[in-house]
Design a protein around this ligand. Structure first.
Ligand SMILES: Nc1ncnc2c1ncn2[C@@H]1O[C@H](COP(=O)(O)OP(=O)(O)O)[C@@H](O)[C@H]1O
Ligand SMILES: [Mg+2]
Length: 250
């Protein structure tokens, strides 16, 4: 994909940027670089912790860690494993990491629509005039029994309002959340611009917890949207009309 928009792979660097902005910080679930001691402090604070590659994408290599009895359980895709002690768990994760950098993040219990957990993609793009705009909002509805909602993990794309309504949010609450997420998208765009120049598009992965509070799981700098082409042509065309201006072809 050779087009003009800055790309940053490190989720850790991007998370640090988010944490530096007072208005955005409260949207970021606690995140630490994986180490023996950070694993300990995350597990003492949260009942669920996500373990994910700092440079990962597509929902691959994501492990959910939960407490089970006196020990711990991990889940990768749909495979579960148990570990009697924190040391055994650490050893397993360390082996999985194979020397690559991983993050640990507070687990958010995703809101669910018809029993299927989902998260939200906020597509943010910069106009030729330099103004950030949230150009699309859609949901990624996870396949039951999986750890990640990504399209590459069998997740389905959905309409924001429809998914939210299935999840039990009222019409007025849905409108309120839509406005909040769009504002959040443009704030993140402006923030990223202050760090490095040349961003033209961002895709925020935002989780809603059962109470409807929004959490930024990650910010993609090479967001995919080709699956939208099949779901909703007008949404796809709107994104593409911005994307063509920076040389993106699809
Ligand atoms: N902290 C978390 N709490 C709950 N679910 C998470 C968390 N982190 C990741 N996930 C799940 O895994 C998916 C992929 O994680 P993400 O951070 O977006 O990495 P990737 O770059 O692989 O898409 C998310 O869309 C979400 O479904
Ligand atoms: Mg993602």
């Amino acid at each position: 994909m050779r087009y003009k928009s800055t790309s940053i792979k490190s989720k850790w660097l991007k998370t640090k940027w988010l944490l530096r902005a007072a208005k955005i910080r409260s949207y970021v679930p606690q995140t630490l670089l994986f180490s023996r001691s950070s694993l300990g402090s995350m597990l003492s604070r949260y009942s669920t912790v996500y373990f994910k590659p700092t440079g990962g994408t597509g929902g691959f290599h994501i492990v959910r860690i939960t407490k089970a009895g006196n020990g711990y359980q991990t889940q990768h895709n749909s495979a579960k494993k148990r570990f009697p002690t924190r040391d055994a768990l650490y050893g397993h994760l360390k082996k999985r990491a194979k020397g690559r950098s991983f993050l640990m993040q507070k687990g958010i219990k995703l809101a669910a629509a018809n029993g299927r957990p989902f998260d939200i993609r906020v597509m943010v793009q910069k106009s030729v005039g330099g103004v950030w705009k949230s150009t699309a909002l859609f949901t990624k509805v996870g396949r039951p029994g999986k750890v990640a909602t990504n399209y590459h993990q069998g997740g389905d794309l959905g309409y924001f309002q429809q998914t939210m309504s299935k999840a039990g949010f009222s019409k007025s609450r849905i409108k309120e959340k839509e406005a909040e997420l769009k504002r959040l998208g443009t704030s993140v765009g402006r923030l990223f611009d202050k760090r490095i120049s040349g961003f033209r598009e961002l895709g925020l992965d935002v989780a809603l917890d059962a109470r409807g509070r929004a959490w930024i799981l990650e910010v993609n700098t090479r967001p995919q949207f080709y699956p939208l082409r099949r779901m909703n042509k007008s949404m796809y065309r709107r994104i593409m009309s911005y994307a063509r201006k920076y040389g993106r072809k699809g």
